[in-house]
Write a protein that binds this ligand. Structure first.
Ligand code: BG6
Length: 491
């Protein structure tokens, strides 16, 4: 299919937040970096009444505020004439026909098209059907691709149904399901750290790794999204997608190539190897909690038991990982915003150095700081000078800003939009991947609902979560190591 054809990016939900904050600043940045084809149009579709001019002004305000690079009026003036708006309703074929006519007029011939669904998933099937009815997804010399925003389903059954519905109008290779964590530079770097080097991989297994901690902590609370959040909770909002994605990248086998299919095959194998937590096992392997004061938030049900925090202990049952716990945790209103992965290595087999009483070597630790303070640190033991045999933990570090410059990290949507335009689906989730992930989350949700686990715990906003999450690790003789990781950053 011809890559040099003009391209149209059509955004459904164009008057919404995502378009203004993320999509347009990302497309603007791609355009100023010269990464879009010469002939391109960005057409917003939505219920709001905008003229092209009003739409452009609205987006300009967003770009000024949210672009992670220096906004200049000159660059905007070059970009803005590519922006258009088509008012329409999602259930009206006539409005979709108007969109089709407008696109044909703008494209003036064969073109490629990327349809971006920045709208609730309940609308996907109908829109895809309307696009089909009006001949817009038929590949006629140019490609047709569709980006689907999350959440993709609320459980396995709804994800299967949604997959079934979207497959009626589209082939799987036309579908790009977004998980914005995969667009993060530091998340992609997990693969490069592992597979562009030889020094880590020989150690990356049950023989040397004691356990893995994956934390995605958020300082923010509900941010006016209570209506959505209260009906989903942390497991659906963060674990089914982002945290499991991180686990897959840490645990997967090296793919034979950097192609989407090889990569995604390996990721799905990891998910399939995870031991599902079912029935009464949830009591041992999961913790759910809600921050104190959650019930006072606007739009939250007065008796809501929606968890805003969860911690899980997962096992990947394969040769590489058998017996190595993966501890995952995420929550809102925690002490600080940070996403990090800690690989904690085993102790040396023999403690041969005579230590001062009460002194013990710390285990080696590789910390992948995904955000903020992006970088990688390795903690190891060194002899403390001028002692006979005391050791001290020291740190080797790589920091993105130091190595590549302050502004080196682009917004994840920029990368994902570019990949979708280039037809690279590696960083998007495949139908079976989404369903397998739901297959792991569903039994936990069901067991929680059936009260097979201890009741919801509570935590104070601004802390690291409930005491129960510490107890879960303490039972294994371990602890969450955010303090050690913080210390490494500061040292
Ligand atoms: C989204 C969740 O997918 O990810 C939000 O719906 C969450 O609740 C957000 O705040 C976190 O993303 P990031 O990039 O800020 O870590």
């Amino acid at each position: 299919m011809n890559k040099d054809l003009p391209v149209s990016v059509i955004i459904f939900g164009a008057s919404g937040d995502l378009t203004q904050r993320k999509l347009i600043p990302s497309l603007l940045n791609l355009s100023r970096k010269g990464r879009l084809p010469k002939a391109f149009s960005i057409v917003g579709f939505g219920a709001t009444a905008f003229t092209d001019e009003q739409f452009r002004n609205h987006l300009q305000d967003g770009a000024k505020q949210f672009a992670g690079f220096k906004f200049t009026p000159e660059e905007w003036a070059t970009f803005a004439p590519h922006l258009f708006y088509q008012q329409g309703r999602y259930d009206q074929t006539a409005d979709f026909q108007k969109l089709a006519d407008r696109l044909s007029e703008l494209e003036a011939g064969t073109a490629n098209r990327l349809y971006y669904m920045a709208i609730p998933p309940t609308l996907f099937p109908n829109i895809i059907e309307q696009l089909g009815t009006t001949g817009q997804i038929h590949e006629n010399g140019g490609w047709r691709r569709v980006v689907l925003e999350k959440p993709f389903g609320t459980d396995l059954a709804s994800a299967q149904k949604l997959n079934h519905q979207v497959h009626k109008g589209l082939n799987e290779d036309q579908i790009y399901r977004i998980d914005h964590y995969l667009g993060k530079e530091t998340v992609q770097n997990i693969l490069f750290t592992r597979f562009a080097n030889t020094i880590f991989e020989p150690l990356w297994n049950r023989n040397y790794i004691d356990h893995v901690q994956i934390t995605v902590a958020e300082k923010v609370g509900l941010e006016h999204r209570a209506g959505y959040y209260d009906s989903v909770g942390v497991l659906r909002d963060m674990f089914q997608n982002h945290l499991l994605q991180l686990l897959m990248l840490v645990a997967m086998e090296p793919p034979a190539s950097f192609k989407a299919s090889s990569l995604r095959n390996e990721k799905v194998k990891v998910l399939s190897a995870i031991q599902p937590i079912t029935g009464s096992a949830v009591a041992e392997h999961t913790v759910r909690a809600q921050y104190k004061g959650y019930l006072n938030e606007a739009e939250v049900k007065p008796d809501s038991i929606t968890p805003t925090y969860a911690a899980l202990r997962l096992y990947v049952n394969n040769w590489r990982w058998q017996g190595v716990p993966f501890y995952l945790r995420s929550g809102k209103n925690l002490a600080e915003k940070h996403s990090q992965i800690i690989i904690s290595f085993k102790e040396p087999p023999l403690a041969m150095f005579p230590m001062a009483p009460g002194h013990k070597t710390a285990s080696n630790m590789l910390v992948l700081y995904l955000q903020p303070d992006e970088g990688i640190h390795l903690r190891f033991e060194a002899k403390a000078p001028d002692t006979v045999s005391d050791t001290r933990s020291v740190d080797m570090e790589f920091n993105y800003a130091e190595a590549f410059g302050q502004t080196a990290i682009p917004e994840s949507y920029e990368r994902l939009l570019l990949d979708a335009l280039q037809g690279d689906a590696s960083l998007f989730t495949r139908a079976d991947e989404v369903e397998t992930a739901w297959g792991l989350i569903d039994p936990i949700l069901q067991a929680w609902e059936a009260n097979l686990a201890p009741p919801l715990a509570y935590y104070k906003p601004g802390t690291w979560g409930p005491a129960e999450a510490n107890t879960m690790l303490a039972r294994d003789g371990r602890k969450w190591m955010h303090e050690e990781a913080r210390h490494m950053l500061e040292s």
